[in-house]
Design a protein around this ligand. Sequence first.
Ligand SMILES: NC(=O)c1ccc[n+]([C@@H]2O[C@H](COP(=O)([O-])OP(=O)(O)OC[C@H]3O[C@@H](n4cnc5c(N)ncnc54)[C@H](OP(=O)(O)O)[C@@H]3O)[C@@H](O)[C@H]2O)c1
Length: 321
Amino acid sequence: MLENKTVLVTGGTGSFGKKFIKKALEENVKKVIVFSRDELKQYEMKQEFKDERIRFFIGDVRDKERLNRAFDGVDIVIHAAAMKHVDACEYNPFEAIKTNIHGAQNIIEAAIDRGVEKVIALSTDKACSPVNLYGATKLASDKLFVAANSYVGDKKTRFAVVRYGNVVGSRGSVVPFFKNIKHTGVIPITDERMTRFWITLDQGVQFVLDNLERMQGGEIFIPKIPSMKVTDLAKAIAPECEIEIVGIRPGEKLHEAMIMEDDARHTVEFDDYYVIQPEFTWWKKEKHLEGKTLADGFAYTSDSNTEWLTIEQLKELVEEM
Ligand SMILES: NC(=O)c1ccc[n+]([C@@H]2O[C@H](COP(=O)([O-])OP(=O)(O)OC[C@H]3O[C@@H](n4cnc5c(N)ncnc54)[C@H](OP(=O)(O)O)[C@@H]3O)[C@@H](O)[C@H]2O)c1
């Protein structure tokens, strides 16, 4: 899929971006452009990735002019840049909207104007029935990317979304947090009933690559991934520690969801993923004909999942990281 293509990754210096770019370079990509704001992260990445096919662009997704310049000659855009911390988005709502929603609009407009072929935007389980602003901005972004296919006119640009849950070990995630705090002998957990989905960075990257191939334009792709109890994760990382229940935080859910009942009506299921199909008149299923429709009332949530990780499995996965 990436062979001989020019690929631009917004947020290319982040956890996802670096992993994706590593993989893209193995796949004989023609050129990869890293698009992000902070020059130090780019400088450090330059030291790590010594490959003449990489270009580094300083830029902000809030700046459409810069995106227009950066997208010149680009075939594929992976949009991973975001404000992604629930607390930061709650306390800086205007900033979250500028990056996650206005940024999405800028990506869409620049991609259409510059004749990019395919755009995949990364979404999160928090965008499904959101209770915090992070999730709400990502839901708005998902809606923009799906709707963008409506107004491409005769241009070849197509947009799709990939939505998944917590990425194990990504910057600021719960695994490094538990590891860093275990020396205190106490692991704080907000609620002992809490469950989360679990996906590794490698799986996330592979899922995006697979869907670049599969996408028709307008889909939200969701992988089938296991769930875990957050208390089990604490026991896997720090079995010797005491668990302290500190109470649910503002904007936090007890269980995450990826598909709710109302979306399930227009979702199709495959062996290892789901596709939420757009509800636009232009949607004519060309590619996902084999997908099964879902039972009435189906929801894909972290507590109703059929696949669960045990403490032992979590221990192994954390050690592998
Ligand atoms: N990590 C997870 O658990 C998880 C789960 C589901 C979905 N996702 C989604 O996956 C995507 C990637 O997440 P990640 O874990 O890789 O995040 P990350 O490690 O925090 O990286 C974010 C990247 O975005 C860049 N960035 C932030 N604001 C920007 C802006 N205004 N303009 C340009 N670049 C900007 C950052 O670099 P600079 O700061 O230098 O600009 C960095 O390269 C996000 O869209 C996130 O919502 C993540």
